[in-house]
Structures are given as structure tokens and as C-alpha cells.
Design a protein around this ligand. Structure first.
Ligand SMILES: [Zn+2]
Length: 326
């Protein structure tokens, strides 16, 4: 993750922090709240760079301090992460010790606690004291994807900063930059707003297989030369491995189906499966708009029912049967 992207990724957050810094109204504790992959941790480091940068335009990302923060070697920036799914009292004590040492350099000190919802009670009590009587020029950044699980006493002592979901474009761009093919990147960016999750999906060994299966079904449907039900029976074992696969498959069907509807209503720019234009056009010509929407509703309703105990095979057969009907 390039730090120069934080400004584009979370412009509102950067604006808020920049203004507070300029007006000398920084809070001693911030709670960065937002879903996974919204760059809360990177923004916390960026904030530390803002405070410690010695360059002209702050943060310059290039001075000795900025570089040390990026490389996680600056003694004034201390990061705590859960150990075995929990933040313990000893970690808070270690932090306090660390900041009282002489090897800390003059200037602001920043500690970042990631996944603050994982803090245990005794650690939380120590932290609360620290938050109530902050050391001078010391700033806390707490991050969470689960604000509902955080003690109200922690929330009330910090300024909550909301992180917006990354938009599709950014996820798509990041995937392409990381070396994924542009068609895959476009599809995956429509499955999630989180970069972390997107990379996970793109790296899933079954992803391409499920993607191919979804495309095959629509292609067979368009060609109308064999039964998609039989094809599905022979090639779908992967779908039944676990619900994640099944959900992924359904999500892909839904995106494809929406593409066909978008084609039908002339919204070509929003089409995701760009390499499938022939098939999309073909099916859009065969089916009416109302029918396509009805089919989409069936897909959505099956997605909702996947979490309950349903006969998945039967449910898929029913769905495919209605898709195949001429
Ligand atoms: Zn700098």
C-alpha cells in the first residue's frame, strides 16, 4: 500500500486530521472505525507521519521520520496488535514503559492499537487510565471494524472517525496493480469493497473454477445446444464444498444477470463481464426485461436462503430450470 494513496482512499479522514492539526485541535485519542480493508492502520501511520514529519509539505513521506514510520522503526510510534485474539494488560504496561524510556525521541508520540474490540477487561482498565490522563504530546489511535463490540467507556474517551468503504474503482485498481488480470480485477471488485477480502477471493484456488462454471452456464444457455442442468450436475461439486463457494457462485450469477439487464436497458458502461459481450447480447435478445428481473429475484432470494437448512441441490435445479426455459 502506497502511503501517497491514503489521501485519495480516505479523503474525508485525511481532511479532518489535517484541519485539526492546522488548528491545533488534535484529540488525544481517535477511534478509527470502518470495515476491514478500509486502510485504518495505514491511515494511523500516515497520521503519525503528519505529526513527526520534518519535511516542508506534511507528511512528505520522504524525510527520515516519514521513512522510519513507514518501515515501523520509529521509536515514537508504538503498535499493539491482539496476541492470540486478545489484547492483554501486559501489552498496555509495556507501552507505558516504552514511552517513558529515554530512547523515545523529542516530539509527539503515537500509539496505535489495532482491533481494539479484542481488548480484555483488565487491559481496558489500564488503557482507560492512560486515556484519561494522557502523557503530554501523546496520541492514541484505536482501530476497529466492530464498533458495536467496544466498551462505551473507550468510545466516550475518544473521537470516533468513520472510514468509508473503498469504492469499486480503488479495489479494481489495486488488484490490477498487484498483477491480477483486468477482467478478474473488475469482477472481484464487484464482490467486495475490501481490498483484503478482494485479494483473498482472487487468490482462492477455486475462484477461477467457479468463475468459469458461472460463465459456462450462461454460454450454454445462449447456445441452447445442451441442458445447463445436466452440465451443472456434472461440474458443480465444488459449489457444495462449503457455503462460501456456494455464495461466491451465486454472487457471480447475480453480477452476470445484472449485466444482461444492464445491456437490455442500454447501460453498457456498467457491464462487469466485459469479455462476455456476445453471450450477454444474445441472452438479452432472447429474454424480456421482466423475465430477466424475475430470474434475478430468484437468485437473490436463494442467496438469502443459503444460510438456512435448505436442500441446495434442489434449490439450484429449480433456479436453473427457470433460467433454461425458452
Ligand atoms: Zn516527512
Amino acid at each position: 500500500m502506497a502511503f501517497d494513496k491514503i489521501k485519495e482512499t480516505q479523503p474525508k479522514v485525511v481532511q479532518l486530521l489535517t484541519n485539526s492539526l492546522k488548528k491545533d485541535r488534535l484529540s488525544h485519542a481517535y477511534l478509527f472505525e470502518g470495515e476491514r480493508g478500509t486502510k485504518k492502520y495505514e491511515t494511523a501511520l500516515y497520521f503519525a507521519q503528519m505529526l513527526l514529519c520534518t519535511g516542508e509539505e506534511v507528511p512528505c513521506l520522504n524525510c527520515h521520520n516519514c521513512r522510519r514510520i513507514k518501515n515501523k522503526t520509529h521509536p515514537n510510534v508504538y503498535v499493539i496488535e491482539p496476541i492470540k485474539n486478545s489484547i492483554r494488560k501486559q501489552q498496555i504496561i509495556d507501552l507505558q514503559k516504552e514511552f517513558s524510556k529515554t530512547r523515545v525521541e523529542p516530539g509527539p508520540k503515537i500509539y496505535i492499537i489495532r482491533n481494539i474490540e479484542k481488548i480484555n477487561i483488565s487491559a481496558a482498565n489500564s488503557l482507560l487510565k492512560f486515556l484519561e490522563e494522557p502523557y503530554p504530546d501523546t496520541y492514541a489511535i484505536l482501530t476497529t471494524a466492530n464498533i458495536n463490540k467496544i466498551l462505551p467507556t473507550i468510545i466516550s474517551r475518544s473521537q470516533v472517525v468513520q472510514f468509508s468503504s473503498l469504492n469499486k474503482m480503488i479495489v479494481e485498481e489495486e488488484l490490477i496493480e498487484s498483477g491480477y488480470p483486468s477482467s478478474t480485477s473488475r469482477i472481484v471488485s464487484n464482490l467486495t469493497n475490501s481490498i483484503t477480502d478482494a485479494v483473498e477471493i482472487a487468490n482462492n484456488e477455486y475462484f477461477l473454477e467457479i468463475l468459469d462454471l458461472s460463465k459456462d452456464l450462461f454460454n450454454i444457455m445462449a447456445a441452447n445446444d445442451e441442458s445447463i442442468i445436466i452440465y451443472f450436475e456434472e461440474n458443480s461439486s465444488i459449489i457444495y464444498q462449503d457455503k462460501t463457494m456456494s455464495k461466491l457462485f451465486l454472487s457471480l450469477l447475480i453480477i452476470y444477470q445484472k449485466d444482461i439487464i444492464n445491456y437490455k436497458i442500454n447501460d453498457i458502461g456498467n457491464i462487469v463481464f466485459k469479455d462476455e459481450m456476445d453471450t450477454i447480447r444474445n441472452i438479452a435478445t432472447i429474454k424480456t426485461k421482466n423475465r430477466l428481473i424475475e430470474e434475478l429475484e430468484k437468485m437473490l432470494s436463494l442467496t438469502a436462503r443459503l444460510n438456512s437448512y435448505i436442500n441446495e441441490r434442489l434449490a439450484y435445479d429449480n433456479l436453473l430450470l427457470s433460467l433454461e426455459r425458452r
